[in-house]
Design a protein around this ligand. Structure first.
Ligand SMILES: NC(=O)c1ccc[n+]([C@@H]2O[C@H](COP(=O)([O-])OP(=O)(O)OC[C@H]3O[C@@H](n4cnc5c(N)ncnc54)[C@H](OP(=O)(O)O)[C@@H]3O)[C@@H](O)[C@H]2O)c1
Length: 447
């Protein structure tokens, strides 16, 4: 087979997130498994400037700059034919993502992205899943803050429930912190607005597909409803439901696990790896999962509600979307800006994601008719700013795993990150790169 020219090509490298991904990639360049890297985008000058910015204060390394446009399938096929792996930072993915996935599947190269748009992910799975499995192209979306901390964080919590204890539900609480302001770039805002606009097509897509297995979770489903604002005293947060991609991505992983209780076999894994994979998945216990966003003060929570209502209501009509996308800063109370956060704002921000798991100290309690969880385990994932520090760290570590451990990963398919990277050393790698996983408390729940 002809040798591919690059280990990795970063698409959309000149975008706001893309340039931070380039900066992170340069930290690992020239050492195995990342020996060759190329940057790709629409504009060669912008890419050259990106490389200068990302390598500062060092002189820019000599890295090929390639041009493409998602509206030109031939340019994408040519890119994909030259690389083992594509990292896609071109969003909104519902507008620009499909031609990239199609070209990767066609040529059989692997693909990771930082998408947080459930409709795109599920549509790609429905449309390209089978062909990707045939051509040996591994397509994994949501390899950023959306949704790796949720995927690995749930697994980390669930693995603390040692037999005979079983989890029943895990609620994740995201808390964003900063000594300055928390600001996101317009690209993420636009993706969220388009997500609201197209919520109906996700429902229609699901209705058109065969039903898949549901995970078997011991004990009753958590009660629906409840107060709009929850006061989680143990972690000092007031929180509201966060309609992010996380719980949908986690559900896809739990579904894949239900259908494949030993996980997905690697394309060429050895006996030892098979045992390791099976042992890992035997310790992951499914649980009902939800995500909330929290703040220390009521004022903070009212701000989440206000922004959520603006996007939720205005995002449904054309004129409303025009308003949102023309005045992002106004309608997001300053959280999203057309020119994104400053480097200082990025550096001074961080996140904590608390996982409050409730379950049963002994699974036999359920068969004896006890329906109220009697045990609680709280864990936490913590790291730097979500969009432009944590996301590039996560994406790069996923990429390095694909490049160095390809034999242990599924041959191909369109899959969520948890089922692909769960049994690898991704959690350890994230810990080495500033994203920590901790057990905070384990104990009985007072009735
Ligand atoms: N998972 C997460 O937690 C996470 C975190 C951060 C961002 N994201 C997602 O990442 C995406 C990008 O966000 P961003 O803020 O970086 O946006 P951005 O600054 O607007 O970057 C978009 C990139 O896409 C490129 N692009 C646009 N149209 C294209 C086309 N037709 N052909 C080729 N390239 C094209 C742009 O090229 P030019 O440079 O030439 O304009 C730019 O490089 C969004 O969907 C966002 O939601 C996710």
């Amino acid at each position: 087979m002809e040798e591919t020219r690059y280990d990795l090509i970063i698409l959309g490298a000149s975008g706001f997130t893309g340039k931070y991904v380039v900066k992170e990639a340069l930290r690992f360049l020239s050492h195995p498994p990342l020996r060759t890297l190329a940057l790709a985008g629409r504009n060669a000058n912008k890419l050259t400037q990106t490389l200068q910015w990302a390598s500062h204060p060092n002189p820019p390394p000599s890295i090929p700059i390639l041009t493409f446009d998602t509206s030109d399938p031939q340019s994408l096929l040519s890119l994909c034919a030259q690389t083992r792996l594509v990292l896609n930072c071109v969003g909104p993915f519902r507008l620009y993502g499909e031609p990239v996935v199609a070209a990767c599947v066609e040529t059989g190269c692997d693909y990771l992205d930082i998408c947080g748009e459930p409709e795109f992910m599920e549509r790609m799975e429905a449309k390209y899943g089978e062909k990707a499995a045939e051509t040996g192209s591994l397509i994994v979306s949501a390899c950023g803050f959306d949704s790796v901390p949720a995927e690995l964080g749930l697994m980390f919590n669930s693995r603390q429930w040692v037999d005979p204890a079983v989890p029943n539900r895990v609620e994740a609480y995201v808390s964003l912190e900063s000594e300055r302001r928390i600001v996101g770039n317009f690209g993420t805002f636009e993706s969220a607005v388009l997500g609201v606009a197209n919520a109906d097509s996700l429902q229609a897509l699901r209705r058109s597909r065969p039903r898949r297995a549901r995970p078997v979770i011991p004990g009753p489903a958590p009660p629906k409803g409840g107060p709009l604002i929850e006061h989680q005293k143990k972690i000092g947060l007031r929180a509201v439901k966060l309609p992010s991609a996380d719980s949908i991505v986690v559900r896809r992983t739990l579904t894949a696990l239900t259908e494949n209780p030993h996980g997905l076999p690697g394309v060429n894994e050895g006996v030892e790896q098979i045992e390791k994979r099976k042992a890992f998945w035997s310790t992951v216990k499914p649980a009902h999962f939800g995500v909330k966003i929290g703040a220390k003060s009521m004022l903070g929570v009212y701000r989440f509600i206000t922004v959520g209502m603006c996007i939720g209501l205005l995002g449904k009509t054309g004129f409303g979307r025009w308003l949102l996308l023309t005045f992002p800063s106004f309608f997001s109370i300053g959280w999203f800006r057309k020119k994104g956060p400053s480097e200082d704002e990025v550096r001074s921000a961080s996140f904590k994601m608390w996982f409050v798991g409730q379950g049963f100290s002994n699974s036999s309690l359920i068969s004896e008719g006890n329906m109220k969880p009697d045990m609680e385990i709280i864990t936490r994932v913590m790291g730097p700013e979500i969009g432009y520090l944590a996301t590039p760290i996560i994406l790069l570590q996923c990429a390095l795993i694909v490049l160095s451990q390809r034999d242990n990963l599924p041959k191909g398919g369109v899959l969520p990150p948890g089922i692909v990277f769960g049994p690898t050393d991704l959690q350890e790698r994230l810990q080495e790169n500033g994203i920590s996983f901790d057990v905070i408390s384990k104990g009985a729940l007072s009735s």
